[in-house]
Design a protein around this ligand. Sequence first.
Ligand code: WT7
Length: 666
Amino acid sequence: MSESSNIESTLSEDRHFPPPAEFAQQAHLKSVDGYKALHKRSIEDPEGFWTEEASNQYWFKPWDKVLEWNAPDAKWFVGGKANLCYNAVDRQVSEGHGDATAIIWEAEPMDERGEPIVTKLTYHDLMVETAKFANALKAKGVKQGDVVTIYMGMVPELAIATLACARIGAVHSVIFGGFSSQAIKDRVEDGDSKIIITCDGSYRRGKVVPLKDNVDEAAAQTDLVDTVIVYQRCNNDIAWTEGRDVWWRDAMNAVDDHCPCEEMDSEDLAFILYTSGSTGKPKGIMHTTGGYMVWAAMTSRLTFDLHAGDESEVYWCTADIGWITGHTYILYGILPNRVPTIMYEGAPNHPAPDRLWDMVERHKVTKFYTAPTAIRAFMKWGDEHPRKHNLSSLKVLGTVGEPINPEAWMWYHNEIGGGNCPIADTWWQTETGGHMLTPLPGVTTTTPGSCCQPMIGVDAAVVNSEGEEVGTNEGGILVIRKPWPGMLRGIYGDRDRYIDTYWSKFPIEKGYYVPADGARVDENGNFWIMGRIDDVIVVAGHNIGTMEVESTLVAEGTIAEAAVVGYPHDVKGNGIAAFCIPKGDTPAPGSDEAAALKKQLTAYCAKEMGAICKPDQIRFTQALPKTRSGKIMRRLLRDIAAGKEITSDVSTLEDKSIVEKLQASE
Ligand code: WT7
């Protein structure tokens, strides 16, 4: 770390990168004054602003009222009728752009001659395929409002299945293909979902991930699932349950391609997407139709400065559709902007560490969106990989998921962006539906490490525990003071938890949405995110609830109690450290027994929760540091996990000798 801290120390906050001149001419928003005026209007005159902005999207029937706000309940574009699939796909066809490329898909494996396998779907293709699959869903009894679980690899059929749900007003619940059977079972039960769309397997670094096996395992633990539609991708051996399982191709062959889009109410539920919380089971974040449609399209257009119909535009977001980033910034925000969106099936380092850069060069990508954790991995793999390729097509770079350290920012800027691509460090959440704080390429003078300024329509502030704005560079609680169209509408089936999680820190009448991130605002008005203020760890850009990992460790059987905290990690941003009290003898640090038990626990976590949830550090201890009131002192554990000196106040600790024991436990 010493080398990187040297570099960082030379990167003071007075490093500023003004928007490149070319953007000042052609960007949607071209100047700071223009941005400021529009932002002000969007906050002071939401009716007027959103009436104009929402008119960029397709409505079967216009709304009667822009907003009804009764904190914490927002209704946007009240009375309007729209359809997310129509707005993303059919609309382009009816406006004469059926032949334009919608999706560019690239497989992970190469063909027999070692050439990449690429499939392009036009808007017309996508319309026909989603209409057919929508009919296939209907034939299986799926109706408007039913929850459809989708657990697939990154194949075009994942986009088709997702859009097909939107087409008929079914609620999709997409589960990231890296999650395990337990995650599927929990989500299926929470959403009362009777149907799962999956693949036999998916390719990841040359290996086959057995998706269908995971679905079988999940379905065996609940009576709910009566239909599993299986897309055959890998030809791997799978078990088959007659009467329940159907091949995708058979389901498609049995139906025609005529299926009009349902006219959905603006506030009809569009999808649920699960995110980890600080306690208990994952939260099913609910997004509705009209507001999300407008928010996804507007934020995509502004942040990436997308120009519909510009033949040179090729957009690529490397996320999986199983995350909100993929929902909004592969599908729902990008397709309505009529810019080809790339879907890549596999790992960034397969068959070689230059895979992504090879793709950027071949597809002449103009806008590229990835995560800081990926950037740190690219840095580790070496500069020679991007340098082998011509990346000059790139115009805007984006990052998402966690704070980007200035060193990684500079590397991205220089090695990938050739020193002249603006970087959009986008801060947002599953809950916000789309970008909330971000630089805009034609406007913002960026500073490495800062997510800069509020999106149009976002009233963000940093406040103290009384809800008063804090001073310049003073840390505090980030809040959003006004509703925005893409905001979550609730947690599926748990009204109390919705209010408790997001709206209870301040009097509810105030209507302050609390994302649970700490932040500060510098003298230039730029926001700096300082990490979570609750028991969620952002690992490789994804929320992991400490409670969930703790429960899993205990469920394995050998551990009586576990405490899980995050600590700084070179590549993943945060690592997961688990302090475990075994039921039996505590194995000595460094012993074979300790190593074996660690392996067993890690494997169990990976199996139960998915690989991203497994602890990076496990320590065995006879006790945990608790206060006299019985609370685990997590700050102390964080210091120990990070190998830092103890800075926490340990005066309330019941047994002070425990600190030394814990420090020696690794
Ligand atoms: C949490 C949300 C947004 C899709 C991916 C993650 C952290 C996200 C940034 C950023 C600093 C960031 C926050 C946030 N986060 N983007 N640019 N800078 N922190 O979605 O799983 O809902 O996680 O990720 O802590 O609250 P998510």
